[in-house]
Design a protein around this ligand. Structure first.
Ligand code: DI6
Ligand code: FE
Length: 395
């Protein structure tokens, strides 16, 4: 396929924008990219993009896409004045999602996630990370990961599956988090690894979840199995989770509103990507901003993701996350675009995508836009014209 008359945001180098560019693909790979005037002669299906903007296919590198049920009713209850306790007594909160997810079959989980995934595809996403973390038994965590793998086989996106058994302490283990790590998290890790179901391992390091010492135990097992790690860190308080993650060579540390300078320096030294999640910040009406200036100062690469989950980010639009990252956190549109392409690829440990260059996957998004800033600027619009996934055009 020969794509012509395109404005190409290659995401390679500083001057990554090619105003009148062309891209040649072969099979699922990019064969050539450059100014149209330099296009090598050759045969192929020609597609004139009418001057439209082409970016790498977007990568949503932090989602809880697979889950059952929703929490719209508790959202409504809280807005009608119910307290946290009242919501919890009515069966609300993360426990309600765990209950619904345990009750769902793998097929039901896939069907529910597929609807959310369709919205993501319509927003230009070609790779998505999907976490477990609402099963919280070995069997239910494995079921969630199988559902994530099944989503990857439905076509149209590639899925990176992450085991997040250390997401919450389930009711049957209240006050016994260490026993939960021993009896569920570590066996779930072994089981997921044995079936090849996990591409990475995540945890939630927070006062309401797991301590750094508990996360450390999970990470030691993950690394012994050869699995890379990532961490929900410094979302609601500073427990030093980012530095812990960096010590384990983590691919990413995510949220980071309460990150301090030592944590940023540790991430920089380890090459750990900062995943910025403005959807959860918005839903929780958080007031402490992630320290973007500190991350810039230390040269920590910043990714941006939806955190799509039923509790703190019932959100499927990655372009809306880009807008929020710019408006709330003062990231630049260039940073936001790098955050959903090249640095999101880094957060997943994938070097074959996230940029437009010869040899990489032919995953592209074509936009009804003339300049990359438009993707961050519009609110709630999806200016996607077409997606190219693995070299195939699926308008
Ligand atoms: N941080 C979050 O914001 C979500 N998980 C996490 O580790 C919340 C998940 C939920 O409330 O369902
Ligand atoms: Fe999350």
């Amino acid at each position: 396929m020969i794509l012509t008359n395109a404005t190409i945001a290659t995401m390679t180098g500083a001057a990554g924008l090619i105003p009148k560019g062309a891209i040649v693909t072969e099979g699922d790979r990019i064969l050539w990219v450059g100014p149209e005037s330099d296009l090598p002669s050759g045969q192929g299906e020609r597609v004139d993009l009418g001057g439209r903007l082409v970016t790498p296919g977007l990568i949503d590198c932090h989602t809880h896409l697979v889950h059952a049920g929703d929490r719209a009713r508790e959202f409504e209850m809280r807005l009608n004045g119910a307290s946290y306790e009242e919501v919890a007594r009515a069966g609300g909160g993360i426990v309600s999602t765990v209950r619904a997810t345990r009750a769902a079959t793998e097929g039901e989980l896939v069907a529910g996630a597929e609807a959310r995934l369709a919205a993501m595809r319509a927003d230009g996403v070609t790779t998505v990370e999907v976490k477990s973390g609402y099963g919280l038994t070995v069997a239910d965590e494995v079921k969630m990961l199988r559902a994530a793998r099944a989503l990857g086989r439905t076509g149209g996106v590639q899925v990176h599956a992450t085991l997040l058994a250390a997401h919450a302490v389930p009711p049957e283990y209240t006050g016994r988090a260490d026993a939960y790590i021993d009896e569920v998290c570590l066996p779930a890790l072994d089981a997921a690894h044995a079936e090849g179901l996990a591409d990475s391992v995540d945890g939630f390091c927070e006062g309401i979840a797991f301590t750094p010492a508990q996360i450390d135990r999970v990470f030691i097992r993950a690394r012994a199995l050869g699995l890379p790690v990532r961490l929900h860190a410094e979302q609601l308080s500073n427990l030093g989770g980012a530095a812990l993650a960096a010590r384990h060579g983590a691919l990413s540390a995510d949220h980071l509103e309460y990150l301090d300078e030592a944590g940023a320096a540790a991430m920089a030294a380890a090459g750990t990507v900062a995943v910025i999640l403005p959807g959860a910040f918005y839903t929780l009406r958080e007031t402490v901003l992630p320290p973007i200036a500190l991350l810039r100062k230390h040269g920590v690469p910043m990714a941006v993701a939806t955190d799509c989950n039923p509790g703190t980010a019932p959100m499927t639009s990655l372009t809306l996350a880009m807008n929020m990252a710019c408006t709330f956190f003062r990231m630049t549109p260039d940073e936001a675009l790098a955050g959903v392409t090249t640095h999101a690829a880094g957060a997943l440990g994938l070097s074959d995508r996230g940029r437009i260059a010869a040899g990489l996957r032919a995953d592209l998004a074509v936009w009804d836009a003339a300049h990359p800033a438009e993707l961050s600027y519009r609110i709630g619009a999806t200016p996607l014209h077409a997606r190219i996934f693995g070299g195939r055009l699926d308008a």
